[in-house]
Write a protein that binds this ligand. Structure first.
Ligand code: GLA
Length: 692
């Protein structure tokens, strides 16, 4: 059948148009089963209430040196006064190795660089767990990988409890009472309202990780009832889904007492000045996290010391964290793997498949300093076509012509069919790791349904005939197809491909795509940029195509759900509002939006499963993005650390830096090493030079 069409496709444009339409339909085929790859350990599944509770204890403890050097010197109130009325208490029975001891450091290595500490104002902190550790959120999801499926719901965190009104339209949340920022200033509803009104609702601000009004539902309101109570009002009844959006990274308030005076609404600053008001050199930025930043050396290191006001304890009353210090070496992501395996770093999410073989080999040795454990296939890459044709990113004539092509289903099919995913995956690593990824939901999620997944197998000739059918013909004989004469002056079809050069995997996959487009007659040009610049270009819409490692929405579905479709003008990775702020959705995108909104509005599991089948069909049939490859990652942690939960995936509801509950990790006394750079110090005054 395919041969037959091939023979015909050269026979004439008209003929090939109708025939290729038919071919592509018929060309969808069975998705090859992914190679078996067993996760190496299973989580120990528990109930939420087994992990933590909020409760006052009779007595609290802290490291001796804090009492001696600070409390007894009169520079810090006693620990009991620094803790909230009812701290968050981790239960011993749920700690893999039990109650810990104080001391030591976790030495992270990261490939990102901090833009500054204004997380809610949109600055990146360098990733790799920095922002996850600094930003505590209303609810928490990372550790849920150990929670029984039937009891899955976000964990209370800054919001310690909540109730729904009878009609389900209002949600009253109770904040942890009497907790303080790392500089001792009270944490209360003012911090929430500042985040909500002056960041989420202020369209001039884009908080890091992309919260917008749609993240919490159009028309949703939030008001403060008193210092520790807030009330949400929703259009839908019981939209429990939004509890997930209140976790990392979309509802993690910043310190209003420090940030408000810089915000344009309360100062003469511009929005740009506000965003940059807390540069990387600004030390001791108040944090609700277990550690606060005390030292920064460009391209070298970020150091954090324990937050003396941290509001979590173990059930013996020991204030957390157990680890006194955190390091983030400013290096490369690949070096993170190398150092973790070698023992000069302590932690890595092994996620760049090119490093697997060497990391596995070294970790298998008896003398290996680190444990390496693979999880499920939760790392996935897609090629994302920019689908806005109304001005997002201000495209020139050529880029605009590419956008129009991107919006044509046959064009997206041609790219998809033109890619040899098997070869693409194997170019990263040989063996059972990578699997063909047709796009859409990952096979590892419980919402995935193979029968609803449309897959168009690789076939160069079919891909070519689809492009012929679009009138893209190489008119000047240089091996590159041209736009039709009336489009972009009939120029060569040139497409820029944005990718993150901080990751070898991203650029390797992008180069694979570029090479595979060449025989199709498409000239794809690399636009590889460092992480922060890449992220800026992506959110500004300045790309034709982008190769992207996808976020939590495709794995957990319940996390970042609103970004599964363009549910608002600023939520979707590759289709956002144009210059006038409006969206120009394709008909199938309208359907996707409706499905996603229905999913958000219902708590009925059977209906949700059904909706995700529809989602997957619409997504893959329409080749919304072009899936590339998916594969498992491995968590590498130095063997001296205790309390690492079994079966921790590097990525599921959040990255492992959240999932492993770092505030609960410790190093047994006989294994403690001498890694602290600022022993027996605590964070100083916000903006002052360093630790005290
Ligand atoms: C980066 C890394 C991930 C993880 C996250 C945490 O994206 O590539 O492995 O560490 O940061 O935010």
């Amino acid at each position: 059948m395919r041969k037959h069409i091939y023979a015909l496709s050269g026979a004439g444009l008209l003929l090939s148009v109708s025939l290729t339409a038919l071919t592509a339909q018929e060309h969808s085929g069975a998705l090859p089963a992914p190679p078996d790859f067993a996760a190496q350990s299973e989580p120990n599944f528990v109930s939420l209430s087994d992990i933590q509770e909020f409760r006052a204890l009779d007595k609290y403890n802290e490291p001796d040196w804090v009492t001696k050097k600070f409390v007894e010197a009169g520079t810090l109130p006693p620990v009991a006064e620094r803790l909230p009325k009812e701290p968050l208490v981790y239960k011993t029975a749920n700690m893999p190795d039990g109650v810990g001891v104080y001391g030591d450091v976790m030495r992270h290595v990261i490939g990102g660089r901090p833009e500054g500490w204004n997380y809610i104002g949109g600055q990146a902190q360098g990733w790799g767990g920095i922002d996850i550790g600094l930003s505590e959120c209303l609810t928490r999801t990372g550790p849920l990988f150990t929670v029984k499926a039937e009891e899955l719901e976000p964990m209370p965190n800054l919001a310690k409890s909540w109730e729904w009104s009878e009609d389900g339209h209002t949600l009253t949340m109770h904040l942890i009472e009497g907790a303080k920022w790392s500089d001792g200033d009270p944490f209360d509803s003012e911090d929430l309202m500042f985040y909500w009104e002056d960041h989420v609702l202020d369209a001039n601000v884009s908080p890091l990780n992309g919260a917008t009004p749609e993240t919490f539902g159009v028309g949703t309101t939030l008001e403060a009832i008193d210092a520790y109570t807030v009330k949400w009002t929703f259009k839908e009844a019981f939209p429990k889904q939004y509890l997930w959006a209140m976790a990392y990274g979309t509802f993690c308030p910043g310190p209003a007492h420090i940030q408000k005076p810089q915000h344009p609404k309360y100062s003469s600053n511009t929005y740009e000045q506000y965003k940059n008001a807390f540069p990387p050199e600004f030390m001791n930025m108040p944090s609700m996290g277990a550690w606060a930043v005390v030292e920064y050396r460009p391209d070298d290191i970020v150091v954090m010391r324990r937050n003396p006001y941290y509001w979590k304890v173990d059930d013996q009353g020991n204030q957390l964290p157990y680890l006194n210090e955190m390091h983030y070496r400013l290096s490369t992501w690949s070096d993170r793997d190398v150092q973790a395996v070698a023992g000069s770093g302590d932690f890595s999410n092994l996620e760049q498949a090119e490093n697997y073989v060497e990391s596995l080999r070294r970790s298998a040795e008896d003398t290996a300093p680190a444990r390496l454990q693979f999880g499920a296939r939760t790392i996935g890459y897609a090629l994302q076509p920019n689908l806005s044709s109304n001005g997002w990113g201000e495209p020139d004539t050529r880029a605009q012509a590419v956008r129009e092509l991107n919006r044509d289903l046959n064009f997206r099919k041609a790219i998809s069919i033109g890619l040899d995913r098997q070869r693409l995956g194997e170019s990263l690593v040989r063996g059972p790791f990578t699997a063909i990824y047709p796009g859409g939901l990952y096979a590892g999620t419980s919402f995935y349904d193979a029968a609803s997944t449309v897959y168009y197998p690789h076939d160069l000739e079919v891909a070519k005939s689809l492009l012929d059918g679009l009138g893209l013909v190489d008119t000047d004989g240089n091996g590159v197809r041209n736009f039709p004469a009336d489009t972009a002056n009939g120029a060569d079809v040139e497409i820029t491909l944005l990718a993150n050069s901080d990751y070898g995997t991203d650029t390797n996959l992008a180069e694979g795509v570029i090479a595979m487009m060449e025989p199709l007659g498409l000239r794809v040009i690399a636009n590889f940029q460092q992480g922060n610049a890449r992220d800026d270009a992506a959110t500004a819409g300045q790309f034709d195509w982008a190769v992207n490692r996808q976020g939590a929405s495709m794995v957990s579905i319940v996390q970042n759900t609103a970004e599964l479709a363009p549910t608002g003008p600023r939520v979707h990775p590759f289709h956002r509002g144009g210059t006038d702020g409006t969206l120009d959705l394709l008909p199938f995108e309208e359907e996707l939006v409706a499905v996603v909104n229905k999913f958000i509005a219902t708590n009925d599991n059977a209906e949700r499963a059904e909706l995700m089948k529809q989602y997957q069909r619409l997504y893959t049939e329409n080749v919304y993005s072009i899936g590339l490859t998916q594969y498992p990652g491995a968590l590498i942690v130095n063997k001296r650390f205790a309390n690492i939960p079994a079966g921790a995936p590097i990525f599921m509801f959040n990255w492992a830096e959240d999932s492993v509950i770092r505030e609960r990790l410790y190093v047994p006394a006989d294994k403690q090493a001498d890694h602290e750079l600022h022993p027996e110090t605590l964070p100083g005054e916000p903006g002052s030079a360093g630790p005290v």
